[in-house]
Design a protein. Structure first.
Length: 593
């Protein structure tokens, strides 16, 4: 057995040296790292710890003169295009310090350029995130980046600050002047702050580096299993991770004029780890990512042995699956299922897990079982509606999805795929669910209640008009319509002020889902706090009897509701809302063709 040896050495730096190496490109950011995600408040706390002389942790670097695919910190060009040392652990700290001490912009997790502005009060040695108040206060240096970017000596900075302060505040005492000078000197000298780096030897291969990264971060920074797989992708299939990131970046912004295709949509701004989960579920028939990480490393789950051949074969599965996930035709055809189900925008999505897992099920139906698109559109719309309504993936999402995938895997053909989904839905949506469970679930004041979104989706499916209007709800929920105010507002049918005058003071009772309806905002303002017994007769005159009856039916309003005691109204309307939801859901049934 060969003797095991440490694969790293300890190297000491000061901050100025580290920043110099980053600036010229000798230290770079490898693709196995995540985007810069720290808040400005966390950057402030880091600087405060350094200012007080506290330790802020060691860095882990990897010596590698042939670092393929490495990204640089910042958005400016570098003198050395290929860094010789890569940051394995410490990206957030070094990126923060580079941004502040060099006044450079960085790319955040939304793929936008970001400037970090940290303020400092020399009188008391306090750091703060810069804001408009601080900018107007002569006691503060609003952006400490200017301290080093100016090229001035500490003496010049201190002299200039004191002159500006005295000009606004008047004379400064000797004691205050000494304290301010001392604190500014200490701030200026943060460039000398010592760091210890553990540098991994250049002989260590990419797989070992990835393993070290995962082991370190599993002990401290909270990474999920998707992060671990993204780590492996960066080492063994960096173009795959780049494709995920590019797709997510484009999904966050409307396409420019003349662009023919884009993943942009009004339902979700996906993150790379979310689309990775879809690819894993679709490609490997698994939702539990822990075992997939080991499979992608080339591990035989029976013997525990690793092999490069097995790893390459499993990455081939992932490559093929991801190609289907990122296919824009598949993506937008799936999203059209949501529109078909009555869901119009992201504000109606109570769980992104439901959306992502429904996309995986859509791809399985389309690619694995060849379900015709017209049938697939209807069954996936129905599946999404049911999964959203029941909160199918809110408890233990991976376990539930694994169970669903196992059931689907046993299907023989397109009819079997559809029958399996129908069986799963029927097991949840029993008569007791519609008549007992759902009305009880609607006894809530949460505006994120899945039942509320399903109710609005059902109204869209049924072509319901806006309450007290001739316009349709689905038209005014169009996400492409942008006005100064929302076209529709949630309105209290029994106004809050009136209920409080009747002695109902519990906000949960006042804001019950069953007391809300979507109105056009001018009507909402007009009704104000008038009780329904007074405003309903006036509004009734606008509509023919059959229009009024249909409107009340699709808005789950019981006959003569405006005269009902409030508690009786809530109970009756919840029952009718459940019936509207069921009716909307049933419109998504497939025919036999």
């Amino acid at each position: 057995m060969s003797e095991l040896k440490t694969c790293f050495k300890k190297v000491d730096y000061d901050l100025a040296g580290l920043l110099h190496y980053i600036e010229i490109g000798d230290i770079g950011l490898p693709d196995i790292q995540r985007p810069f995600v720290w808040s400005n408040a966390k950057v402030r706390d880091l600087l405060d710890s350094m200012y007080r002389g506290f330790p802020v942790g060691y860095l882990l670097l990897w010596e590698n003169a042939a670092a393929n695919g490495a990204r640089q910190i910042g958005v400016d060009g570098k003198q050395h295009p290929v860094p010789s040392r890569l940051i394995v652990d410490g990206q957030q700290r070094l990126t923060s310090l580079y941004a502040v001490f060099r006044g450079r912009k960085v790319l955040d997790e939304e793929y936008r350029e970001r400037q970090i502005e940290i303020a400092f009060c020399p009188r008391d040695g306090k750091f703060e995130v810069c804001d408009a108040v601080i900018r107007r206060d002569p006691e503060w240096l609003p952006d400490i980046s200017e301290l080093w970017a100016s090229g001035k000596s500490s003496y010049q900075v201190i002299k200039g600050f004191l002159a500006s302060l005295q000009k606004v505040k008047g004379p400064v005492s000797k004691e205050e002047e000494e304290r301010i000078s001392r604190n500014l000197d200490r701030l200026f000298d943060l460039q000398k702050y010592p760091f210890t780096a553990l540098e991994i030897a250049p002989t260590v291969d990419e797989e070992q580096v990835a393993d070290i990264f995962v082991r370190i971060n599993s002990e401290g920074v909270r990474l999920n299993q998707a992060d671990f797989i993204l780590t492996l992708m960066s080492v063994f299939w960096d173009e795959g991770r780049a494709a995920l990131e590019a797709f997510c970046r484009e999904a966050r912004k409307p396409p420019s004029q003349g662009t023919t295709a884009s993943p942009f949509n009004h339902f979700i701004r996906p993150a790379p780890d979310q689309l990775l989960r879809v690819a894993i579920a679709y490609g490997f028939w698994r939702s539990q990512l822990k075992s997939v990480y080991q499979i992608l490393r080339g591990k035989d789950m029976e013997t525990g042995a690793f092999s490069a051949e097995r790893r390459e074969a499993q990455f081939k599965v992932l490559r093929d699956a991801q190609a289907d996930v990122l296919n824009l035709t598949h993506w937008h055809q799936f999203l059209s299922c949501l529109i078909g189900a009555g869901f119009r925008n992201g504000e109606m999505i109570s769980s992104q897990n439901v959306l992502l897992y429904a996309y995986a099920v859509y791809l399985i139906g389309r690619k694995r079982f060849g379900v015709p698109e017209h049938r697939l559109q209807r069954v996936i719309a129905r599946w999404f509606f049911a999964s959203s309504l029941t909160g199918r993936y809110t408890g233990s999402p991976e376990s539930v999805m694994d169970g669903d995938l196992n059931r689907l895997k046993g299907a023989k053909d397109a009819d079997g795929f559809i029958a399996t989904l129908e069986d799963l839905m029927a097991a949840e949506l029993t008569n007791d669910f519609w008549s007992v469970t759902l009305p009880a679930n609607l006894d809530s004041s949460s505006v994120r209640n899945p039942g509320l979104f399903a109710y609005i989706a059902a109204q869209n499916r049924l072509g319901a008009p806006v309450l007290f209007s001739h316009k349709k709800i689905q038209d005014l929920l169009d996400p492409t319509i942008k006005g100064k105010k929302k076209a529709l507002e949630r309105h209290h049918l029994f106004p809050r002020a009136w209920l409080e005058r009747q002695g109902v003071e519990d906000l949960r009772q006042i804001n019950q889902i069953a007391n809300l309806a979507l109105l056009e905002w001018p009507d909402n303002i007009e009704i104000n706090d008038v009780p329904p017994a007074q405003y309903v007769p006036t509004l009734r005159a606008r509509f023919a009897p059959e229009e009024w009856a249909r409107m009340h039916e699709l808005h789950a309003l019981p006959p003569n509701w405006e005269q009902m005691p409030y508690e009786v109204f809530l109970h009756e309307r919840r029952r009718l809302m459940a019936a509207v939801i069921r009716r909307g859901y049933e419109t998504l049934k497939l025919d036999s063709r």
